[in-house]
Design a protein around this ligand. Structure first.
Ligand SMILES: *Cc1c(COP(=O)(O)O)cnc(C)c1O
Length: 419
C-alpha cells in the first residue's frame, strides 16, 4: 500500500465534501463584486450567469434559484397537478426529486430502473403510462444520461411533461446535447458536492416554455397572484407622484399567466452567481479529472470477473458525478469489500436507498417488489467510490491499490467458503 495516512481519524480518501475546486479565479470574481458599488442580490452577475448557463445548456430559459430542491419544487408546481393525476418517477435518486409530491393528492408510480445504467427503464415506463399520467420525473443517475429519445417517444405524443433532474449531469452529453435541454424542464443543483458549486448551495431551472419562465421569475421574487396595474388617464387634481406612490391609486388584476398561490424568495445571491459563472468556465477541467479517476477505477475493478461497470452509451458522455460499479456474488461479497475498504481508509457512501421503500412512501402504500431491479441492485450489488477533482494523485493511487486489495479479499474468501 502507499504511504498515505489518514489524519485526525478522517479517511485517507474521503467521499466528496466538495465536488469541484474553488480557487483563485472564483476569489477574483468575488473581489470584483465586493469592491463594486453594485447590489449583492438581483444584479448583473445573476443575469450573466443565467445567460451563460442558458447558452451552454442549449435550453430556452435558465433561471437561477437557491437550491436544486427549490428547482424541483418549482418544476412540480408548474405541472398544476390535480387529485387523481399520476406521476411516474424513478426510485433510484435523492429524495428531493420526488419529495414535493408528498404535498399533492396524486398517485406516484415508481418505475423500475435499467440494472446497467440505474436510469429509468423505458420498457418499465411504457407499462406504467395511463390516461391519467401527467408527468415523468427522471434522473441522469451519477451523470450517465438516461435514454431520452425513448422516453420522449413514449411521452411526447401523450402530452406528458418530462422533468430531467440533472443534478448529477452537469458536464454530461447525450448524443451531443446537454441534459436539461432534452425534455420540458431541467433541474440543477450547485450544492457543495456537485460537479459545479455556487459556494455551497444553489440551483438552476431550465424551461422550454415562455409562460413557465414568466411564472418562475415571479414566484422566486415574492410575487403573488395579482399585479398592480396603474389607472390610465391623467389625474389633474393630484400632484405628480413618485412611481411607488401610485400604488395608492391603482387596481389589482390577475395576470394571464397566474401564479396560483404564494410567491417565495428563491433569489440566488450575487456572490453565488459570480462563482457559478467562473465555475462554469472550469467545468470541463473538473469533468476531465473525474473521467480520468473513473478510468483508473474501471481498470482496477474490471480485472475481477464478478464486477460489472457503469458506463455511458458510446454516443454519450458520463459526467461521473458518482463513480459506480456493481459487485456480483451476493451481499456477503459486498460487505467484505466495504469492510476492507474502510480499514484501508477509503470512504464509501452508497447512493441511493430505493425511495419507494423509505418510510414516507411506504406509508402511502409502496412495497417491496414494486421495482425488483432497483431493490436487487441496492441490497446486493451497488457500489460507489470517491471520484472528485479535489483528490490528489496520491489519493487516487492509494484508492486504486486499496480497491484491488479489497476486491481480492472479498472474492478470495468467497472461494474458500464451501458452496
Ligand atoms: C443534490 C440533488 C438534489 C438536490 O439539490 P440541492 O441543491 O441539494 O437541494 C436533487 N436531486 C438529486 C438527484 C441530487 O443529487
Amino acid at each position: 500500500m502507499s504511504t498515505l495516512t489518514a489524519k485526525n481519524g478522517e479517511y485517507a480518501v474521503p467521499f466528496a465534501r466538495r465536488g469541484s475546486v474553488v480557487g483563485a479565479a472564483d476569489l477574483a470574481a468575488l473581489t470584483e463584486l465586493v469592491r463594486s458599488e453594485g447590489p449583492l442580490t438581483s444584479g448583473v452577475w445573476r443575469d450573466r450567469f443565467e445567460e451563460r448557463f442558458r447558452e451552454w445548456c442549449g435550453a430556452r430559459h435558465a433561471l437561477s434559484v437557491t437550491s436544486g430542491t427549490v428547482a424541483l419544487e418549482l418544476a412540480i408546481r408548474l405541472l398544476d397537478l390535480a387529485p387523481g393525476d399520476e406521476v411516474i418517477a424513478t426510485p433510484q435518486t435523492f429524495q428531493a426529486t420526488v419529495q414535493p409530491l408528498l404535498d399533492h393528492d396524486v398517485r406516484v408510480r415508481f418505475c423500475d430502473i435499467d440494472p446497467d445504467t440505474l436510469n429509468l427503464d423505458p420498457d418499465a415506463l411504457a407499462a406504467l403510462i395511463t390516461d391519467r399520467t401527467r408527468a415523468v420525473l427522471l434522473v441522469h443517475y451519477g451523470g450517465n444520461p438516461a435514454d431520452m429519445d425513448r422516453v420522449m417517444a413514449l411521452t411526447r405524443p401523450r402530452g406528458i411533461t418530462v422533468v430531467e433532474d440533472s443534478a448529477h449531469a452537469i458536464g454530461a452529453l447525450y448524443r451531443g446535447r446537454r441534459p436539461g435541454s432534452l425534455a420540458d424542464i431541467g433541474c440543477f443543483s450547485f450544492h457543495s458536492t456537485k460537479n459545479l458549486t455556487t459556494l455551497g448551495e444553489g440551483g438552476m431551472i431550465t424551461l422550454s416554455r415562455d409562460d413557465w419562465a414568466e411564472r418562475v421569475a415571479r414566484i422566486r421574487d415574492n410575487e403573488v397572484d395579482g399585479v398592480y396595474v396603474p389607472r390610465t388617464g391623467a389625474a389633474p387634481d393630484r400632484p405628480a407622484l413618485l412611481p411607488w406612490m401610485k400604488f395608492a391609486d391603482g387596481v389589482y388584476r390577475h395576470t394571464a399567466v397566474g401564479i396560483r398561490g404564494a410567491g417565495t424568495n428563491a433569489t440566488m445571491s450575487e456572490a453565488a452567481a459570480a462563482v457559478g459563472l467562473v465555475q462554469l468556465g472550469s467545468l470541463d477541467r473538473f469533468v476531465e479529472r473525474r473521467t480520468r479517476i473513473a478510468a483508473r477505477l474501471d481498470e482496477a475493478v474490471s480485472a475481477f470477473p464478478g464486477v460489472r461497470l457503469h458506463r455511458a452509451a458510446p454516443d454519450s458522455r458520463h459526467a461521473y458525478h458518482l463513480y459506480t460499479f456493481f459487485l456480483t456474488g451476493g451481499r456477503e461479497v459486498r460487505e467484505r469489500f466495504v469492510r476492507a475498504l474502510d480499514r484501508l481508509g477509503v470512504e464509501v457512501q452508497l447512493r441511493y436507498f430505493p425511495l419507494h421503500l423509505s418510510p414516507e412512501w411506504r406509508l402511502r402504500g409502496h412495497r417491496r417488489g414494486e421495482c425488483p431491479h432497483a431493490e436487487r441492485i441496492w441490497f446486493e450489488e451497488h457500489m460507489n467510490l470517491p471520484c472528485h477533482p479535489g483528490l490528489t494523485d496520491a489519493q487516487v493511487d492509494h484508492m486504486v491499490a486499496a480497491v484491488r486489495r479489497a476486491l481480492r479479499e472479498a472474492y478470495d474468501e468467497l472461494a474458500t467458503v464451501p458452496a
